[in-house]
Design a protein around this ligand. Structure first.
Ligand code: HEC
Length: 117
């Protein structure tokens, strides 16, 4: 029994060490589902993550016009509060630039889920 336990510890220790060595930044960035740090990110996560998972938002890849329509739909039909003009611009600018059809393709490609060039 002692031998087994010693071997278990010997196996587990390096794994545990690797876990401890992971930089906390990786964990923090994961909270943003890999979306880049730029003006509007906090707002998008605060406003759009209030009712549903941000995964629902991030899995889309829309143009600015597409995001405008989604925002309108959230406000008109899903009970989202109207944003102040400045906040709305921040949110739409961020989504249009970082959750676009292009960035969506890059994300899929980076995860090996999309072939080709
Ligand atoms: C007040 C709650 C609320 C807020 C705030 C909200 N949503 Fe939603 N959202 C919903 C609900 C409810 C649904 C599900 C609607 C359905 O499928 O009938 C939804 C669905 C969605 C979908 C999925 C659409 C699809 O094709 O299935 C997207 C994308 C989305 N929301 C984006 C956003 C974005 C972007 C924001 C921030 C600008 C946001 N939501 C803020 C309530 C909200």
């Amino acid at each position: 029994m002692t031998g087994f336990f010693a071997r278990l510890c010997a196996l587990a220790a390096p794994l545990f060490a690797v876990f401890l060595l992971l930089p906390p930044a990786v964990e923090a960035e994961d909270a943003y589902l890999g979306l880049p740090d730029a003006a509007g990110r906090e707002e998008v996560f605060a406003y759009c993550g209030a009712c549903h998972s941000m995964q629902l938002v991030v899995q889309q890849g829309l143009t600015r016009h597409g995001w405008e329509e989604i925002l309108e739909w959230m406000i008109d039909e899903q009970g989202m509060a109207q944003l102040e003009a400045e906040e709305e611009k921040l949110v739409l600018d961020y989504l249009a630039e970082h959750v676009s059809p292009e960035t969506q393709k890059e994300r899929l490609r980076a995860r090996g889920l999309l072939g080709g060039g």
